[in-house]
Design a protein around this ligand. Structure first.
Ligand code: GDR
Length: 331
């Protein structure tokens, strides 16, 4: 029996890696894209021929219900969401609707149709926010510090409530930062990899950064989609913390990226206060013991290898004119 998976946010970084994994496993993959972002399907590259794409706005409950009814998917992966945290301050209500509203509309569709569809929600380590201990696990209290994190937490609870009240197979992965060469350049890892490669090729001569002492638990997106898939293959729906358990500073990231290209980062990097955030905490680091024990999941990619791969990919892309060099950005 061919299994059908429906993925929202299919044109994002995780959408790509998850589609690739599911196609390898023989799934029929249905991808939803926001109608106004239809052109983004080019990001699926070589996978595009194998995925069935439908333009559906996640704000449209009727359209969502119809698409779920049409395909009656075995699994739904809800990856669509605004993901750049500082942007959520510009539109807290819109962020809430896109994140919480969309997850709730999906759950409502499954419930109304009486389906046994298994559903995954991409929750975030940002929900832990102002932590008082590290590392965090599934029992750590949530104290979100920005509208993005609050919206993610609301969606997270919606999954819990639908699981408990209606018996839906609904689970969330509390995902820590996960990166790849497909990351957009506003996120710090890709900003740094693109800048280092641009500087190496003489296409740029500076990099303006926020807080170099900020710390994150950075993993590889390709590893995280494996955990996501495994979560929907278990006997009982549960939530899992997914991260590497290793904290690195932004300075460490910069040193690693520039070091790959034999560049002395101190000659190029300056601090610009517009990239410094007041709403974050620097002890967000995972204890992924439950995922290791119950899912047999283990991240394969090291931090150094991940950053090297990102830097070398950007170097190649710049050399072949596939992308433009780094330019100073707005936060
Ligand atoms: P984050 O990712 O907000 O953690 O959310 P981001 O890469 O934007 O920031 C990581 C850390 O780096 C610090 N930082 C800078 N960040 C950016 N973007 N630009 C800079 O110049 C800079 N200088 C320092 C930040 O302050 C922060 O501490 C990501 C997203 O994928 C979310 O969607 C997801 O939920 C969380 O990870 C888990």
């Amino acid at each position: 029996m061919i299994r059908t998976a429906l993925i929202t946010g299919i044109t994002g970084q995780d959408g790509y890696y998850l589609s690739r994994l599911l196609l390898e496993k023989g799934y029929r993959v249905i991808g939803l894209v926001a109608p106004q972002r239809r052109n983004n399907i080019v990001k699926l590259g070589n996978l595009i021929e194998q995925i069935e794409i439908y333009p559906v706005a996640l704000t449209d409950a009727v359209a969502l219900l119809e698409v779920v009814e049409q395909f009656r998917p075995d699994e739904i992966y809800n990856l669509a969401a605004p993901s750049f945290v500082p942007d959520s301050w510009n539109d807290p209500l819109g962020t809430l609707d896109l994140i919480t509203g969309s997850a709730t509309r999906l759950l409502a569709a499954i419930h109304q149709l009486g389906l046994t569809t298994r559903v995954f929600e991409a929750s975030s380590s940002e929900m832990f926010g102002q932590v008082d201990h590290a590392p965090q696990d599934e029992n750590t209290p949530f104290r979100p510090m920005n509208p993005y994190a609050a919206a993610k937490l609301h969606a997270h609870w919606m999954m819990v409530h639908h699981r408990q009240r209606y018996g839906l197979f609904a689970c969330s992965g509390i995902l820590y930062n996960h990166e790849s060469p497909l990351r957009l350049p506003n996120f710090v890892t890709r900003k740094v990899s693109l800048a280092a490669a641009s500087i190496k090729l003489g296409l740029s001569d500076r990099l303006e950064m926020g807080n170099l002492q900020a710390k994150r638990d950075w993993g590889y997106a390709g590893d995280y989609v494996e955990a996501i898939w495994r979560m929907l293959q278990t006997n009982t729906p549960e939530d899992y913390v997914i991260g590497t358990g290793q904290l690195h500073s932004v300075q460490n990231l910069v040193e690693t990226a520039f070091g790959c290209l034999d560049l002395d980062w101190t000659r190029y990097v300056s601090i610009d206060s517009k990239f410094i955030r007041s709403d974050e905490h620097f002890q967000l680091v995972a204890n992924p013991a439950k995922a290791k024990r119950d899912l047999g999941w283990q991240p394969q990619m090291t931090f150094a290898k991940l950053i090297e791969e990102m830097v070398l990919t950007d170097l190649d892309r710049l050399r072949s004119g596939l992308i433009a060099p780094a330019v100073p950005q707005q936060p």
